[in-house]
Design a protein around this ligand. Structure first.
Ligand code: GDD
Ligand code: MN
Length: 399
């Protein structure tokens, strides 16, 4: 099916609504009703603080998808900059625009999954709001999927002939290459850009993978490809990653941690929950914190061993709590008073864990288990207890 030529884009006339959003919405193009027929494509856009990028995004989508029966689902995680309010104003003027607002939750992947599930379209495209994905590629993705019913996913790739990462600094380029190679070799996924956030897929491909998806982090495509019960057939279409239009990237330490955990989950998830692995990794870091505090307390503070050891236990517990709150349970992070009471409950639970650790290790050693095996068994029992107990009493929101 050929894509007919571009429709006209009209500028919005005024309308009722809050004064601030009214003036901002007036700058947005109203999508001309460019096609009839059943809905074919839902463009799903995750947003966090992207208000300034909406006008440009919608104008570019409208041009790229001329003649296609499409809708726009923007999934906003309660952005403080008023992204959702602006979208509501736009949705009043054009029924093809929807805003799905999530409160108290964060996460690019989870947002995209919910956006896709909210739509009746047979095809979904995932596109960033900040202009880094070249929306003009959507027409080629759509044509590829229309032309070949056996194809499941069309991927926008930066790492094939004709693609590129634009103005990225060397460090980000190196990181991205490293992450790409790690993902390829650990998961066996053989696509050039498994970290791409820009792709189009069939509903059936989503549904097949749905229950195996992790929802954490940024790497939805990698997750889809690896969670699918049958290998997905993909086509890769090169594009140039563009500079972000307005605002800032949300890729931070926590997103990188989520990526590591996604890889770990793919490797070990069948046997161990990713959260337990993250919890154990934080705990190992806690051992280093403990030793550092113990040594400094004795050397610089002149503390007797037992006092320094008690101090080290307290500091390591507090730092473990903070890191778990930030990384392991980032999707249900405790703040304010709940963070303080969470810390106290965490210390309480871990004290019981420490007692169990010592008890089990002592019992095994007494029975002739040897110091290493007995010690490690104690650590294992303590860790599993701490994980289970804190999951219930500290981060107990239903999952
Ligand atoms: N709803 C929601 N919730 N949206 C989010 C969140 C979140 O917690 N975090 C980020 N987003 C949205 C942003 O608002 C933007 O529209 C899009 O997701 C991408 O976020 P950026 O912060 O711009 O990410 P990036 O440019 O660093 O990363 C992009 O490139 C990576 C490859 O290098 C993304 O496309 C990644 O998916 C991709 O892996
Ligand atoms: Mn971006």
């Amino acid at each position: 099916m050929p894509l007919p030529s571009a429709p006209s884009i009209e500028l919005a006339a005024g309308g009722a609504g809050t004064a601030g959003d009214q003036s901002a919405a007036a700058a947005l193009p109203v999508l001309a009703q460019s096609s009839s027929g059943p809905l074919e494509l839902a463009v799903v856009v995750p947003t966090f603080n992207e208000r300034a990028n909406l006008a440009g995004l919608i104008g570019r989508l409208d041009r790229a998808l001329a003649g296609v029966a499409w809708e726009l689902v923007v999934v906003d995680d309660d952005s403080p900059d008023g992204t959702a309010e602006l979208l509501h104003e736009l949705a009043r003027r054009d029924p093809r625009v929807r805003c799905l607002r999530r409160v108290g939750r964060r996460g690019l992947s989870g947002a995209c999954i919910e956006g896709m599930l909210s739509s009746g379209a047979p095809l979904f495209a995932v596109v960033d709001a900040d202009g880094q994905h070249d929306e003009a590629l959507l027409a080629a993705m759509l044509q590829a999927l229309r032309a070949d019913p056996a194809l499941d996913v069309a991927i926008g790739t930066r790492y094939a002939e004709g693609g590129g990462v634009g103005d990225w600094q060397q460090q980000r380029q190196r990181l991205s290459h490293w992450a790409t190679r790690a993902a390829q070799s650990l998961t066996g996924v053989a696509v050039s850009d498994p970290m791409s956030g820009f792709f189009m897929l069939r509903r059936a491909a989503l549904h097949g993978a749905l229950r195996g998806l992790s929802t954490a982090g940024f790497k939805l495509l990698l997750d889809l490809l690896t969670a699918s019960p049958r290998p997905l057939r993909v086509i890769e279409l090169p594009y140039q990653f563009r500079p972000r239009q307005a605002g800032e990237s949300k890729l931070d330490l926590r997103v990188s941690w989520d990526f590591l955990m996604l890889l770990v989950d793919k490797l070990l998830g069948r046997w161990l929950p990713a959260r337990l692995i993250s919890f154990a990794a934080v705990g190992s870091l806690g051992v280093l914190v403990h030793l550092a505090v113990l040594r400094t307390g004795m050397l610089l503070g002149g503390l007797p061993f037992v006092t320094a050891q008690a101090l080290a236990v307290a500091v390591a517990m507090a730092s473990n709590f903070e890191l778990n709150n930030l990384l392991t349970y980032r999707d249900q992070r405790l703040r304010g008073w709940r963070r303080l009471s969470g810390l106290l409950k965490f210390m309480l639970a871990c004290s019981v864990g420490a007692a169990a650790n010592v008890g089990v290790a002592g019992w095994l050693e007494h029975g002739g288990g040897g110091w290493l095996v007995s010690g490690l068994a104690g650590v294992l029992v303590g860790t599993v207890w701490n994980y289970g107990a804190t999951a219930h009493i500290v981060w107990s929101r239903p999952r």
